[in-house]
Design a protein around this ligand. Structure first.
Ligand code: N01
Length: 552
């Protein structure tokens, strides 16, 4: 198979031989395939879905839309792709984003490198040959020097184990596994569990279609308006003109949206803050709020004014005072659970066909064949939607049986929470890379540019290894411990750990409470310095002449 063509794998009786296996064909995986092929490696992609797109393939629920402006939520590395693709809306819908992923895959001719409809079941590091043996649910066996896990931070749906859920005989959906074919809620009584970003986007859409919508809310969320609108020529020109400074800002401030984590004591006067929030509410979008004041996610007094502001907006929008109260988040800071961005979310509760159920007052007791029973009431339903989120950041990595040196499993290595060096590599698991892994900015900010950065770092690293004839790379245990400590210390300087969010894994029963993303400044600078310092904290091993020659 394509013996001397860079980027193509070869097949023999022992299975498929290649330099790199990339798991996942979302934005991270697609770029990894492109870059690995570009540097001359034989690369093979494995994707569980029948198509590219990753989370944007699966999350096709009504209202699914990005909450980062589309012009920025795109590959930044390719002027050609930027020229040839024109976003239509300030915040693109799921279908448009999926089409963009398809466009990129076709334009870069990546599909022939990917095996679709295939799930990676296990990956075992074979020490004598310094190769990973990757096995799939279809019985494939691939041998590769490197494995890149581009499995995404939000790809394993969380379906809570509510008593009786298996008995429900009506239509049942999860926002993260929405069917391909259109779902028709017309004339139906629909229940939805969950009011995170997915619920907040889906609820207004389902409310318009259904006869009745019952929203089962456990924790109210902070949400700000999107004010989505078609993009104009001026928007596109403005983006093009500002592109260079945007790209260099990425270099400097890494993941843009989260403000400095250094504590500053200044608390701007309440009316100054309020006026700023009014302006941001009119403009729409989350980015402005999260950096409205440099210490908004650090200083409780500053943060509380913003929380008050959003609660005031909810009271102004929702006519029924009790419903408004139930929708008002309290007891945790603003913006430290992922801030939702909505279109008509709070206003939807003014519709006569929408009912809000406060699960803090009346928890769900059981689901039956045609209803949800809370501690106080019985709700007959034709359809039930789970908008209950994901086993985030680590879920997809731990879903694969990954075994490193001496057969040690990743599951055991992470039994007390994920341990990585830079969110890219794991001690004891040589030549395994995680794109946007725990301990990196990962799911914070613009995930596409976070993915790009990791892929470029890996490409540079593998080029370095080839140049110096090195067979393996893995982090030093001490460096990994120090990095983990730093990730936690940075988080502890902020208000982030004060909310029970999926950033901490608390939405999944039994998952260790560890703050997973890295929210410090200077992540890219740190990664660069580590490379400049001779890959400080990494250990290289062995020698090989085979790298880049699989299939020859
Ligand atoms: O998931 P979530 P999501 N009984 O975990 C509730 C990205 N995203 O899919 O808060 C009752 O945020 C849970 O309640 P609680 C974005 O990064 C982006 O909405 O645990 N309720 C919560 O209300 C986002 O943050 C976009 O008390 C239960 C909800 O389910 C991330 O994906 C759009 C329950 C889950 O909220 C995840 O968002 C969509 C139970 N047993 C998603 N278990 C964009 O806009 C859970 N809940 C780009």
């Amino acid at each position: 198979m394509g013996a001397s063509v860079p980027g193509r794998a070869s097949t023999n009786e022992a299975g498929i031989e290649c330099d790199v296996v990339v798991v996942g064909a979302g934005f991270g995986g697609l770029y990894a395939l492109h870059r690995m092929r570009e540097i001359g490696l034989a690369v093979r992609g494995i994707e569980a879905a029948p198509d590219v797109g990753g989370t944007w393939y699966w999350n096709r629920y009504p209202g699914a839309r990005c909450d980062v402006p589309s012009l920025f939520y795109s590959y930044s590395w390719s002027p050609e792709l930027r020229r040839e693709w024109r976003w239509t809306n300030r915040y693109a819908g799921q279908e448009e984003i999926l089409n963009y992923a398809r466009f990129a895959a076709d334009r870069l001719d990546l599909r022939r490198l990917i095996q679709f409809d295939t799930r990676v079941a296990g990956a075992t590091f074979d020490e004598p040959t310094a190769r990973w043996v990757v096995e799939t649910d279809r019985g494939d066996r691939l041998r590769a020097r490197f494995v890149i896990m581009a499995t995404g931070g939000l790809s394993v749906p969380n379906t809570p184990d509510i008593p009786g859920v298996a008995d429900f005989a009506g239509e049942i959906y999860h926002t993260a596994r929405w069917p391909q074919e259109p779902v028709d809620f017309e004339g139906k009584r629909v229940g939805i569990i969950g009011t995170g970003s997915s619920g907040v986007q889906a609820i207004p859409m389902i409310a318009k279609a259904a006869r009745q919508l019952v929203v089962f809310q456990r924790t109210p969320n902070f949400s700000v308006p999107a004010h989505n609108r078609p993009l104009t020529d001026e928007d596109h020109r403005g983006f093009d003109d500002g592109l260079d400074s945007y790209l260099s800002s990425l270099e400097q401030s890494d993941f843009g949206r989260v403000p400095p984590t250094a504590f500053t004591a200044e608390v701007p006067p309440r009316d100054v803050q309020w006026a700023r929030y009014e302006q941001l509410w009119r403009e729409g979008g989350s980015g402005g709020f999260l950096k409205a004041f440099p210490n908004i996610l650090v200083h409780p007094d500053v943060n509380e004014v913003c929380a008050d502001f959003v609660r005031q907006k909810i009271r102004e929008t929702v006519k029924d005072p009790k419903t408004a109260e139930t929708l008002s988040p309290s007891g945790y800071p603003f913006g430290v659970k992922r801030l939702c961005v909505d279109t008509d979310y709070f206003d939807t509760y003014n519709r006569p066909n929408v009912e809000l159920v406060n699960l803090r007052e009346e928890p769900i007791e059981k689901i039956t064949a045609n209803a949800v029973d809370t501690a106080a009431r019985h709700f007959d339903l034709d359809a039930l939607v789970f908008a209950t989120g994901f086993d985030a950041v680590t879920g997809a990595l731990l879903a694969v049986d990954i075994r490193g040196r001496e057969g040690a499993t990743l599951k055991d290595a992470w039994s007390e929470g994920p341990r990585t060096y830079l969110g890219l590599t794991v001690a004891g698991f040589p030549n395994l890379f995680t794109i946007t892994g725990p301990g990196s900015p990962s799911v914070i900010g613009n995930v596409i540019t976070n993915c790009e950065y990791h892929v470029d770092w890996i490409a540079e690293c593998l080029t370095h290894m080839r140049r110096h004839d090195l067979a393996t790379i893995e982090p030093d245990g001490e460096a990994q411990i120090a990095w983990g400590r730093h990730v936690a210390e940075v988080a502890d300087r902020t208000l982030f750990p004060k909310a029970n969010s999926w950033y901490l894994g608390v939405n999944i029963p039994g998952k260790p409470r560890v703050f997973m993303p890295y929210i410090g400044e200077g992540y890219r600078t740190t990664c660069k310095e580590i490379v400049a310092d001779g890959y400080r904290g990494f250990r290289f091993g062995g020698s090989t002449r085979a790298l880049g020659e699989a299939g020859k």
